[in-house]
Write a protein that binds this ligand. Structure first.
Ligand code: NAI
Ligand code: MG
Length: 500
């Protein structure tokens, strides 16, 4: 994407933003938590305190929901679709103008390499807002010819309207903090909803900074409210709130099920984007170099902290050793370090909790007989770094093959029979994504149709676009994000029938 960026010197802006005690955005005002409490966020490269943030809870969520309701019924509903679209476009412009600052904040808060945040996280968020800005004026219903059997001869004019669902609660994770905020906010606003967004407690900073841009862009008060806080408190209160019409969640499958239970109280609409354990299949006829590089980046991108990470690598027997060796070599060459160093390819995991979780999986794999041909454990003793790891000698029963590790760990598994491969690849409670590497287009498309996954990448991996729908089969979730599909999750259909 060729764009002219107006990159301001951002270092001072970033350090002054980080050193603030952050408030929450409720009804257009920056306010502390009702309880007065705050919590610390950490720099994952050092484990040291990075910033302090208001600790929102039930009371703050309640205030935010009321503000969102007032905005939904007031100023926001009076704007034309074109005005809504222009506000979203303006927000995208502001985000692009502040690209460097957002990339630095994201890198500090999440740990990811600054050079990645600059070319992926922030530009994808900008693009998503622009894509959704365009949709604001294109949310259309249909006219429907009807043939009511018990009203012979009667004439009707029947049509549908697409209306916003109302007040939407959005709960997002820490792996792509800004981008997940964009994926959620863009379609909700384009379709005319108002929002209470709860960022992850590990990474609230870019969402809070984005809140300032919403104000600068001129969004009416209360349209976007941002409440920082923990999942079990603020998140749970948002999912259960009777004044919320829809909840959209991205995170663990375990919490997705809790969201569903919490939503049952008022039967609010639910969309979920959950975990994955995605198969990445390499056939022997492949362009070997491309497949090796692709298999490595499928798992190691974002330190494996991707719901769609290609974490189960299936390689046709004939080339198994070569591919494993290539991916292992690739893993060993990855420069692991603090995200702010320009030479860093992979940063730390997001938190001590995730470090322990991933290392726990590695130990469980080793105790069951898995072998690491690269990596295999923590790197250093400061910060939350894990070595890029390639495991072999695994089988379908092992936890490392069945469960989402959410770290830079791939299990490589040989196959010979394509029919068995389909069964193996689909042998998962998840169904988010899959990869296929082959030169044979028939084989590729046949397998694509057999895989139970919301996204299938052929001879590529981790390709995202605002226009491409993303979401899961099975326990990977409900509904789709992005593309025009997401608009259905944020609108109600009203059928209007008139006797003529
Ligand atoms: P999580 O699912 O607990 O957290 C995600 C979001 O949900 C955060 O904003 C959190 O505050 C909120 N949350 C937590 N408990 C809640 C509750 N009871 N009610 C409402 N909101 C709640 O994920 P966590 O603990 O950070 O990571 C655990 C595992 O989840 C990871 O190892 C990974 O396997 C998976 N995960 C998947 C993600 C994805 O993109 N699909 C993103 C993050 C984690
Ligand atoms: Mg959790």
């Amino acid at each position: 994407m060729a764009t002219v960026l107006n990159i301001a010197p951002s270092e001072n802006k970033v350090s002054s933003f980080v050193s603030r005690t952050h408030k929450m955005l409720i009804n257009g005002k920056w306010v502390g938590a009702a309880s007065g409490k705050t919590f610390d966020t950490y720099n994952p490269a050092t484990g040291e305190v990075l910033s302090r943030v208001a600790e929102g809870d039930r009371e703050d969520i309640d205030r935010a929901v009321k503000a969102a309701r007032a905005a939904f019924e007031g100023r926001w509903s009076q704007l034309t679709p074109s005005e809504r679209g222009r506000l979203i476009w303006k927000l995208a412009d502001l985000l692009e103008e502040n690209l460097e600052e957002f990339a630095e904040l994201e890198s500090l808060d999440n740990g990811k390499p600054l050079k990645i945040a600059r070319v992926a996280d922030v530009p994808l968020a900008v693009d998503l807002f622009r894509y959704m800005a365009g949709w604001a004026t294109k949310i259309e219903g249909n006219t429907i010819p009807i043939s009511v059997p018990y009203a012979p001869g009667a004439k009707f004019l029947a049509y549908t309207l697409r209306e916003p669902v109302g007040v939407v609660g959005q709960i997002i994770p820490w792996n792509f903090p800004l981008l997940m905020a964009a994926w959620k906010l863009g379609p909700a606003l384009a379709t005319g909803n108002t929002v209470v967004l709860k960022p992850a407690e590990q990474t609230p900073l870019t969402a809070l900074r984005l809140g300032e841009l919403f104000q600068e862009a001129g969004f009416p008060d209360g349209v976007v409210n941002i409440v920082s806080g923990f999942g079990e408190t603020a998140g749970a209160a948002l999912a259960a709130h009777a004044g919320v019409d829809k909840v959209a969640f991205t995170g663990s499958t375990e919490v997705g099920k809790l969201i569903l239970q919490a939503a049952a109280g008022n039967l609010k609409k639910v969309s979920l984007e959950l975990g994955g354990k995605s198969p990445n299949v390499v056939f022997a006829d492949v362009d070997l170099d491309a497949a090796i590089a692709g298999a490595a980046s499928a798992i190691f991108f974002n330190h494996g902290q991707c719901c769609c990470a290609g974490s189960r690598l299936y390689v046709e027997n004939k080339i198994f050793d070569k591919v494993v060796e290539g991916v292992a070599e690739n893993a060993k060459k990855i420069n692991v370090g603090p995200g702010q160093d320009e030479s860093t390819d992979m940063g730390p995991l997001v938190s001590a909790e995730q470090l322990n979780r991933v290392c726990g999986y590695l130990e469980s794999g080793f105790s069951e007989g898995a072998k690491a041909v690269a990596g295999g454990g923590r790197l250093g003793d400061k910060g939350y770094f894990v070595k890029p790891t390639v495991l072999v000698n695994t089988n379908e029963k092992m936890k490392v093959v069945q469960e989402e590790i959410f770290g830079p760990v791939v299990t490589a598994i040989p196959f010979s029979d394509p029919a068995e491969l389909v069964t193996q690849a689909n042998d998962s409670v998840y169904g988010l994504a899959a990869g296929i590497w082959t030169r044979d287009i028939q084989k590729a498309h046949r397998l694509a149709s057999q895989l139970r996954a919301g996204t299938v990448w052929i001879n590529c991996y981790n390709i995202f676009d605002a226009a491409l729908p993303f979401g899961g089969y099975k326990q990977s979730g409900w509904g789709r994000e992005m593309g025009h599909e997401v608009l259905e999750q944020y609108t109600e259909v009203k059928a209007v029938c008139t006797a003529l």
